[in-house]
Design a protein around this ligand. Structure first.
Ligand code: EPZ
Length: 420
């Protein structure tokens, strides 16, 4: 298994261009299932999760190929097999976003239940309730969700999500695009990835309004056309690189990132004493001296993203004072804390809260990644720590970052991947 080896303390300076968003690309690829034809999705990051989605689409009988490193072509024919097997869903929960498109176009679907994961229980009850509201009949058998649309077509309805869910909103919105009549979805996720998916669906002929607010209205159409879509920049990769810029002594410009997607993070980086300013086509983050403490709590967009919680915590480990970090989205998303403690951080967790007492410096050590964003945080901590840090289980990192070490090395980081 590969590992990332970092010699900490080298100042980072320069520019980096952000990749396409994983969490926007995955639902856009699933949206291809809504229409027969030749689909093109551009600005797709070259990541393990995208390859898993490709295998899943291929399993269903679709042609999936990359025509260049960041462009994917998907051929969807009439005979799609509407099944997502456990072997693929267990490695990538986001695979569940094929459920809505399959039942909407083919009138039936069989999709494995994803099960829990490192960051929490992560049920999909809201996906299923939303589809039921559209008339889907759903049974759970042998670890699979079996869904069917009576008469072969879903019908529009009003549905209120019990809690805000990103892929739940995406799944039900995609299903509603082909349902008969009008659907009104309330308490929707407002994340930029939901808006990007709505944009992609409109490009296919879907009639969707209100994305980016908590109420989405969909006028169902009988048929959609093939997709040709350009995925938005990855706000979490961009945010991770902005935190790298905000570490003491660094100065990093992230090109291609959308400032409006970063407001909650930028506010907290500034509170922690970093300078973050817009520059043409991006944002520049400069870290000057030890950070100040900054309390923050994660929340659905436009709140502080849970996917940035671990990385922001790294900056606070060396702050002059104590910060309280509150995780409200997932119940078990502090797995990085024990590894940060191995690097000399002083962090204690109590329930949803982590108290981060700033220390003057971290010291390098071997650490183990537990999930995607935790592994990015450990890389940032390695950049900050004195001496050598080895981040093990890099496959977590590779699920969501396109060769992160190759983005950081040109900025001056002493970082390399060691092939196992
Ligand atoms: C998406 O996951 C992202 N994944 C996650 O990114 C991200 O952390 C998360 O949204 C929150 O922003 C993709 O977009 C592919 P949720 P998702 O449904 O949609 C509960 C990363 O690192 N819930 O918004 O699965 C759930 O347990 C990842 O890239 C229910 O109770 O998250 C959680 O507590 C990890 N019932 C909360 O809602 C449901 O039916 C929010 O989860 C659905 C969710």
């Amino acid at each position: 298994m590969d590992k990332i080896v970092i010699e900490g303390g080298a100042p980072l300076r320069g520019e980096v261009v952000v990749s396409g968003a994983k969490n926007a690309a995955l639902p856009a690829l699933a949206a291809a299932l809504l229409a027969e034809g030749e689909h093109v999705v551009r600005n797709v990051p070259d990541l393990a999760d995208v390859r898993t989605m490709g295998r899943l689409l291929a399993h269903m009988g679709c042609a999936f190929e990359r025509t260049d490193r960041h462009t994917v072509r998907i051929g969807v024919a009439a005979g799609t097999r509407p099944e997502a097997p456990y072997e693929l869903v267990k490695t990538m929960r986001a695979a569940v976003v094929v459920l809505g498109p399959l039942v909407a176009r083919l009138g039936r679907a069989r999709v494995s239940l994803p099960g829990g994961c490192a960051i929490g229980a992560r049920p999909i009850d809201q996906h299923l309730k939303g589809l039921e509201a559209l008339g889907a009949q759903i049974t759970l058998a042998h670890g699979y969700v079996e869904a069917s649309a009576p008469g072969g077509r879903l019908r529009g309805a009003t549905f209120t999500f019990d809690g805000v869910t990103v892929t739940g909103t995406e799944n039900v919105m995609m299903a509603a695009a082909l349902a008969e009549g009008t659907t009104v979805l309330r308490n929707c996720a407002r994340e930029p990835e939901v808006v990007d998916l709505a944009t992609a669906l409109r490009g296919m002929g879907a009639r969707i309004q209100g994305d980016g607010t908590d109420e989405i209205r969909v006028e169902g159409v009988e048929r959609l056309r093939a997709l040709d879509h350009m995925v938005i920049p990855d706000r979490i990769e961009a945010g991770t690189l902005l935190v790298a810029g905000a570490l003491p002594g660094n100065d990093v410009t992230v090109r291609g990132c959308v400032a409006a997607h970063q407001e909650a993070l930028v506010e907290k980086l500034r509170l922690a004493g970093a300078s973050v300013e817009p520059v043409p086509g991006g944002l520049r983050a400069v870290g000057d001296g030890r950070p100040r403490p900054a309390d923050f709590r994660t929340a659905p967009f436009p709140g502080f993203p849970t996917d940035m919680q671990a990385q922001m915590m790294v900056l606070l480990t060396v702050a002059e004072g104590s910060s309280v970090v509150t995780e409200t989205v997932f119940e078990n998303r502090f797995m990085h804390v024990q590894e940060l403690v191995r690097l000399g951080a002083d962090v204690t967790v109590e329930g949803k809260h982590a108290v981060v007492k700033g220390v003057p410096a971290l010291s390098g050590a071997p650490v183990m990644a537990s999930d995607l964003r935790a592994s990015a945080a450990l890389v940032l901590a390695g950049l900050l720590a004195r001496g050598t840090t080895e981040v093990l289980r890099v496959y977590h990192l590779d699920r969501g970052y396109e060769r992160l070490e190759e983005r950081l090395e040109p900025l001056g980081a002493r970082i390399r991947r060691v092939k196992a």
